[in-house]
Design a protein around this ligand. Structure first.
Ligand code: CP
Length: 310
């Protein structure tokens, strides 16, 4: 497949065939990641800027590792140590970075649309590593790849996303991706944590966790985004944990082989019980492992986009 995209901004820009091509490419790099020497020369001479204006452990580290394992040079820029602190605008920061001739900029930013803003102005590839509440496409792709390694197909599968849907860019991207691949998607949250436009989403909506998990093949818990909460949405965290914190009792009628996922970082005892997070059904650390391979696949596809053959 010839990769036709310059930028990765949201899942909706990818066809199902392209998503599966990302998975196939990631599977090749997952094998590299199991070797004693985890490095291949495919991006030698390429430069990748990791521009993270919001905190990150998984996404930033795995993009950094992905670039280095492909022999690209990676350069990190954080809000606190950049001239954003001195009032430089996003546009001027981006043009300054472009003047250094990187081949890609991976950006995480608190404003929805920040990645698209850059993509419209820069010649290099822009990869969205999470923008506001809008999208987190690389998280969705690694979530999909994690389950694809277990299932091989999404047709006939039901996936339930539980938690703070309103503030979650992961939920938006996961819904787009899993429905594109043929899965049924349910979401479950208190009414105050559902997005205003949820009726237009291609999902079934639940408010009771046990009912939402009836017969499901996978449950994705979302972090309660305490930093994005507006006053009054959640009167009591203990009450939220009691009702919406995923626990074994919610899964009594889920599929026997149900898988538990969480994009991380997890708040143990708040949105997920420690018992489930550490259980044999949990794929939480498999997601992290998959994240490196998926981000290697994405860097490879976007930085060699005229050369990739199926
Ligand atoms: N899932 C995720 O984006 O984690 P980080 O914030 O640690 O990158």
């Amino acid at each position: 497949m010839n990769w036709r995209h310059k930028d990765l901004l949201h899942i909706g820009q990818l066809s199902a065939e392209e998503i599966l091509h990302v998975f196939a490419t990631a599977a090749r790099f997952a094998e590299v990641n199991e070797r004693p020497v985890k490095k291949v020369p495919v991006l030698k001479g390429k430069s990748v800027v990791l521009f993270f204006a919001e905190a990150s452990t998984r996404t930033k580290t795995s993009f950094d590792m992905a670039g280095k394992r492909l022999s690209a040079d990676t350069f990190s820029l954080a809000k606190t140590t950049s001239s954003l602190q001195k009032g430089e605008s996003l546009k001027d920061t981006a043009l300054t970075l472009q003047a250094m001739r990187p081949d890609a900029i991976v950006i995480r930013h608190w404003q929805s649309g920040a990645a698209e803003f850059l993509a419209q102005r820069l010649h290099c590839s822009v990869i969205n590593a999470g923008d506001g509440w809008h999208a987190h496409p690389t998280q969705a792709l690694l979530d999909g790849f994690t389950l694809f390694q277990v299932w091989d197909s999404f047709v006939g599968k039901t996936i339930c996303i539980v938690g703070d849907i309103a503030h979650s860019r992961v939920a938006r991207s996961d819904v787009e991706m899993f429905t594109a691949l043929g899965a049924r998607v349910r979401i479950c949250a208190p009414r105050t944590l559902l997005p205003a436009a949820v009726s237009s989403w291609p999902v079934e909506i639940f408010s009771d966790v046990e009912t939402a998990c009836l017969g499901v093949d996978a449950v994705i818990c979302l972090r309660l985004q305490l930093e994005r909460q507006q006053a009054g949405l959640l009167p009591d965290l203990r009450e939220y944990a009691r009702i919406y914190g995923l626990a074994p009792r919610h899964l009594r009628q889920a599929a026997d082989t149900v898988k538990i996922m969480h994009p991380g970082p997890i708040n143990r005892g708040l949105e997920i019980s420690a018992e489930l997070a550490d259980s044999g059904a949990s794929l939480i650390l498999d997601q992290v492992t998959a994240g490196v391979a998926v981000r290697m696949a994405l860097l490879h596809l976007f930085l060699t986009r005229t050369q990739v053959a199926a």
